[in-house]
Ligand binder design. Structure first.
Ligand SMILES: Cc1cc2nc3c(=O)[nH]c(=O)nc-3n(C[C@H](O)[C@H](O)[C@H](O)COP(=O)(O)OP(=O)(O)OC[C@H]3O[C@@H](n4cnc5c(N)ncnc54)[C@H](O)[C@@H]3O)c2cc1C
Length: 352
């Protein structure tokens, strides 16, 4: 049977868009060549509402986080898997100035969902180096991305909605069916959307064994350490590499994460795995969503950058509403807003 929509890629974007569409009665066919090489599979899966050195709310945190909670809860129930866990994030402070900045931020009523207006906390100094203390960020959590991808893949297979093969832009051009590319950084390298303002960033990470460590929180120190479903195994990283020669893990960045772990931890650790992925990031830190101005049956749902876990649920719902009910796409993400003649040439940004 011909599907209503073809979706290319089953990372977080293709998975959540297909889910949001199917929830609205749309039939989909997802093509995916292998989730192991996806950015989603490499991700630590953290949703963090407060970012940066100045402890500011990340873009649209108040809107994104409730939708992420709702969608991951629905999916967890459907897949009968614990895919998402709300977890506090403990950010270690580096100076008295940072303590003051944090204190000022806690007084802002806009931040009360995320920061406690209490005294600074301290992590156990036998475990974590935090001479200036640490503060807890609430409202975030962690998606077990590999578990989600694998269990959702089985769900698609059961519905006969997955083809484990490549789908190309050449195929899309002659397709009678709408096609949406959710192919991650591949859309920056090939096809109709290469001219968008991509700024792809490779990331490397380690899985490390740490005995008797915190498995009920995420630690954000010189590197970020988060628990995994496996006892005593923690995700450490990731790095940011704007220029790289290989998509594979490298010794140089493995050593960089190890150095960061030494700066963060007082306890010993053992490296058990080293992985890498490429983030489909964008110059202006906004997703790329919508249909091509010259090929209106070919769309894109991509550009989630460093925050796919928090952005994708909200924007999948938003895009599904646009596709199914014709609601307007937000100008901040719509690839048509600043359209240029096809083919979209490099450097001509289509979006905000
Ligand atoms: C190391 C690392 C750590 C990260 N940590 C976090 C984090 O903690 N929190 C967070 O929110 N974000 C994090 N991110 C970012 C997040 O992973 C991305 O924003 C998100 O995964 C992008 O999802 P995507 O679906 O667009 O792309 P991808 O996950 O890359 O999925 C694309 C899929 O398309 C498939 N595909 C590609 N081309 C074709 C084709 N022609 N035909 C068929 N299939 C195709 C690929 O095989 C892949 O499965 C991290 C990223 C990395 C690399």
């Amino acid at each position: 049977m011909t599907p209503d929509i073809i979706i290319v890629g089953q990372g977080i974007c293709g998975s959540l868009l297909s889910w949001s569409l199917m929830q609205r009665g749309v039939s989909v066919q997802v093509y995916d060549t292998g989730i192991e090489r996806s950015a989603t599979h490499a991700a630590s899966g953290i949703i963090n509402p407060i970012t940066g050195k100045r402890f500011v709310k990340s873009w649209m945190a108040d809107e994104l986080i409730p939708v992420a909670n709702k969608i991951y809860t629905q999916l967890g129930e459907k897949l009968s898997q614990k895919i998402f866990e709300p977890l506090p994030i403990y950010k270690t402070l580096e100076s008295v100035k940072e303590q003051n900045d944090w204190s000022a931020r806690t007084a802002d009523p806009d931040y009360q969902n995320y920061l406690n207006n209490t005294a600074l906390e301290a992590l156990d100094v036998a475990k974590v180096k935090n001479p200036f203390g640490a503060f807890a960020i609430n409202g975030g959590g962690k998606l077990d991305a590999p578990l989600f991808l694998n269990s959702y893949r089985s769900h698609l297979k059961e519905k006969d909605a997955l083809k484990e093969e490549a789908y190309t832009h050449a195929q899309a051009l002659t397709s009678k069916t709408k096609v949406v590319f959710c192919d991650g950084f591949r859309s920056a390298q090939d096809g109709l959307f290469t001219g968008l303002t991509w700024q792809i960033v490779k990331g490397e990470y380690l899985l490390v064994r740490i005995k008797d460590f915190y498995n009920d929180r995420i630690i954000s120190g010189d590197t970020t350490i988060s628990p995994t479903a496996e006892k005593d195994i923690y995700y450490a990283g990731a790095t940011y590499q704007w220029h790289y020669e290989t998509e594979a893990p490298t010794e140089q960045y493995k050593n960089e994460i190890i150095e960061s772990l030494y700066k963060t931890l007082h306890v010993p650790f053992e490296v058990v795995y080293h992985g890498a992925g490429v983030r489909p990031s964008t110059k202006y830190r906004r997703p790329f969503i919508g249909f091509h101005p010259e090929q209106p049956h070919i769309g894109i749902f991509n550009g989630m950058g460093t925050k796919g876990m928090s952005l994708a649920p909200y924007w999948a719902e938003h895009f599904a509403e646009h596709i199914v009910n014709g609601s307007a796409l937000s100008e901040e993400v719509d690839v048509k807003i600043q359209s240029s003649p096809q083919p979209l040439s490099k450097g001509e940004g289509l979006t905000a």
